[in-house]
Every structure is written in structure tokens, then in C-alpha cells.
Write a protein that binds this ligand. Structure first.
Ligand SMILES: Cc1cc2nc3c(=O)[nH]c(=O)nc-3n(C[C@H](O)[C@H](O)[C@H](O)COP(=O)(O)O)c2cc1C
Length: 395
């Protein structure tokens, strides 16, 4: 197993702020559309506990901060009392298995449709420009549609959305979550402000990098002041063009975000729990999710530049295999690695990676379906004969 001179490996413990993790394999946040009518139920409790390990770290699927936040069917929310109550059962079940659980706070912005919006109004964004028809939206009936034109938020409306993030973070803590991850990646609302390929505003939220980072910083500051920096994380993907989220200078955008978070950390005298960065290498084949050929070395350099610049815990995601995860941690490119698709199909992924056991293949067509079991909680774990289900304390 690849280890560096200090013996650090994907399977060695890590102190993430106030949390003592027993390994560095993280469950990446993944929308799974199983929270019927926005309420997390028993299926979610089962799904997350299956993926829990003592001292493990899990991040929930994107969780809605307000009624205008959805753009997928049956995504859980964290804005109503009923949702908070329902999450408590999921959180308690995960805690009983010894894992730390963060709630990912999500607003999709223009990646929505009137059908998901209260009153059937157009979705909100930084811009009036729709997502191009290169992309499709999953509709409640399982068909795919074209994204509609959004409505650019008025300057005077923006602080109200910031307030929704703040309130959602308080709700998450009330539900028992250990912290929150603010979703600033993948072309959703915060990314729609950050990227100059989308943001065409002429007010103080558009134009310069300072202005494009303003909404993000207001959200982070509000959430940090509500629940404390040590319970807040931020996810960004400056180099990912998902949903047309392009920027003319992703390296500099990432560095600018990091510079501002570093400064905030100094001001409040506490670090965020971690910074989560999605690699452009979203598939393991050297292509971005949108199939644009990646320039691997250039991309690796960019991630390293962000890693060096950020003064805190650094988590990477995107196309990690066992070998790439081991290498990233051993070479110091990441403190933690989040796994997405392999974790969907391997509830005991941590154990399988540790043993170098074969992985179940994920079934893409059930990623976003609603069956509470099929494609969700029915992937098999290793049998005892394969070395599975050994005492997890040995991890
Ligand atoms: C079905 C599915 C749903 C996803 N939903 C989210 C989400 O809600 N929030 C988020 O930040 N990323 C989401 N992602 C991205 C994952 O967190 C992860 O970064 C991505 O799958 C790349 O990692 P992988 O190559 O290990 O799968 C999703 C990915 C998949 C496959």
C-alpha cells in the first residue's frame, strides 16, 4: 500500500477539526431522489447507515434550503420542521454506527423548471440566460426536458436567499448534523454567481471577481456566524463546466475563493471544517463529465495550486479509483477523498478498498429513480468468505 514517509495513507486516521476520523474515504454528496415529497424517511436512514463506518465521514445528498431550491424530484429539504424532525432519525442512525454526518446545503438556481417552483414561477439565478439545450432536466414524471429561462434576482432580493442558507444551517444543527457543507459547485446557484460564463450582472454581484464572490462570501459568513466555522465546509468546482458553468480563468477563480476563505478563517479565528474540490477528471477516463477532453497534467497542477493555497483540510472528489485515492493522500495532494459512484454500488466501499476486493458495478439508470430499495439499498456487501464484515475497528 502506498504510504508516504510519515506513514499517511487513505486508511490512516485524520483529525478533521474537532472530528477524529479513522480513515479518509468519504461518502460524496449524491442526489438520489428517494426522499418522497422532500421528507427523508426510513430508506435514507438505511442507505446512509449502510455506508457508515466507525470514525467515517459522510456528506448527505444536496438538501434544499428553501421551497425555491429544487430542480430534481423527491430531494430532501431542511427548511421545514417536518423535514428537521425526519432528518433526526437518519442522523441518529448514522451516529449509532459511529460516523460523522454533514448536511449539504443546496439551491439549484436556474437548474430548475417551473414545475418545481412554488406558484409555477421561473427559477431564480444570477442571470436571465437559460442553461443551453446541451443539458436536460429530469422532470417529476421521469422524462427529460429543456431548462427554461430563469429570472435574475434583483439586488434587493439576494440577502433573503442568504438568510435561507443561514436558517437551513441552524435547522441542520437542530436535526443533529455535525455540520454543513455549502454546495458552491457544479453549476448550481452559488456557482452561477461565481462563473463569468454565466454571471452577466451589472450590480455589485457581477463583473469583477470581488463582485462574483460576494454572494458566496455572504452565504459562508452568514452560516459561519450561525453555527461556527468549525461546523461549516464549502464545495467548489472552478474547472467543471457542468450545466454551462464555465469560467475564463478557473485557476484564478479557485485561488480567489480560497484567498477569501483563508481571510475569513483568520478573522473568525477558526478554520472551516474542510474545503471540498471536485476534480475536472470527473470520470476516470481523463474526460470531464461533459466529455470535453481533459488536459490531465494541467488539471493536476491546478488542484495542487489550490491545495497549497488553502489553509485547512482539503478534500478531493471526482474519478477516484482505489489507486488514485491512495496516491492522492500518500503524496499529500488531499487529506480526504470523497467517492461518489463507487459508493453508490458498494455500501462497504471502505472495507473493499482496504482489502483491495473487487467492486460492484454501479447501475446508472437507478441513480435518480424513486424505488426505496432497488438500486439504492440492495447492492451487496462482501460475504465473510471474501474477507468482508470483519470487525470494523480493524479499518
Ligand atoms: C447520482 C449522483 C448524484 C450527485 N449529486 C450530487 C449532489 O447532490 N451534490 C454534489 O455536490 N455532488 C453531487 N454529485 C457529484 C458527486 O459528489 C461526486 O463528486 C461525483 O460523482 C464524482 O465522484 P466519483 O467519480 O467518485 O463518482 C453527484 C454524483 C452522482 C453520480
Amino acid at each position: 500500500m502506498a504510504e508516504n514517509r510519515t506513514g499517511t495513507s487513505l486508511f490512516s486516521p485524520f483529525k478533521m477539526g474537532k472530528f477524529s476520523l479513522s480513515h479518509r474515504v468519504v461518502l460524496a454528496p449524491m442526489t438520489r431522489c428517494r426522499a418522497l415529497n422532500g421528507i427523508p424517511g426510513d430508506a435514507l436512514a438505511e442507505y446512509y447507515t449502510q455506508r457508515s463506518t466507525p470514525g467515517g465521514f459522510l456528506i448527505t445528498e444536496g438538501t434544499l434550503i428553501s421551497p425555491s431550491a429544487p430542480g430534481f424530484p423527491h430531494v430532501p429539504g431542511i427548511y421545514s420542521d417536518a423535514q428537521v424532525e425526519a432528518w433526526k432519525k437518519v442522523v441518529d442512525a448514522v451516529h449509532a454506527k459511529g460516523s460523522v454526518l454533514f448536511c449539504q446545503l443546496w439551491h439549484v438556481g436556474r437548474a430548475s423548471d417551473q414545475v418545481y417552483q412554488p406558484g409555477g414561477v421561473p427559477p431564480i439565478s444570477s442571470t436571465n440566460k437559460p442553461i443551453s439545450n446541451r443539458w436536460r432536466i429530469l422532470m417529476p414524471d421521469g422524462t427529460y426536458g429543456i431548462y427554461p429561462a430563469p429570472r435574475a434576482l434583483k439586488t434587493s432580493e439576494i440577502l433573503e436567499v442568504v438568510e435561507h442558507y443561514r436558517q437551513a444551517s441552524l435547522n441542520a444543527i437542530r436535526a443533529g448534523f455535525d455540520g454543513v457543507e455549502i454546495h458552491g459547485a457544479h453549476g448550481y446557484l452559488i456557482d452561477q454567481f461565481l462563473k463569468n460564463g454565466i454571471n452577466d450582472r451589472v450590480d455589485e454581484y457581477g463583473g469583477s471577481i470581488e463582485n462574483r464572490c460576494r454572494f458566496m462570501m455572504q452565504v459562508i459568513q452568514a452560516v459561519v456566524s450561525a453555527v461556527g466555522a468549525d461546523r461549516v465546509a464549502f464545495r467548489m468546482s472552478p474547472a467543471i463546466d457542468h450545466l454551462d458553468a464555465t469560467d475564463s480563468d478557473p485557476l484564478n477563480l479557485g485561488l480567489s475563493v480560497i484567498e477569501r476563505i483563508n481571510k475569513l478563517q483568520l478573522q473568525v479565528g477558526s478554520k472551516l471544517t474542510y474545503l471540498h474540490v471536485t476534480q475536472p477528471r470527473y470520470t476516470a477516463s481523463g474526460q470531464t463529465e461533459s466529455r470535453r477532453a481533459g488536459i490531465e497534467e494541467e488539471e493536476a497542477q491546478m488542484i495542487r495550486a489550490w491545495r497549497r493555497a488553502y489553509q485547512g483540510t482539503f478534500m478531493c472528489s471526482g474519478g477516484f479509483t482505489r489507486e488514485l485515492g491512495i496516491q492522492a493522500v500518500a503524496e499529500g495532494d488531499a487529506d480526504l477523498v470523497s467517492y461518489g459512484r463507487h459508493f453508490i454500488s458498494n455500501p462497504d466501499l471502505v472495507w473493499r478498498l482496504k482489502l483491495n476486493a473487487p467492486l460492484n458495478k454501479y447501475i446508472r439508470k437507478t441513480f435518480y429513480t424513486q424505488d426505496p430499495v432497488v438500486g439504492y439499498t440492495d447492492y451487496p456487501v462482501l460475504s465473510k468468505a471474501d474477507g468482508g464484515q470483519a470487525p470494523l475497528a480493524r479499518l
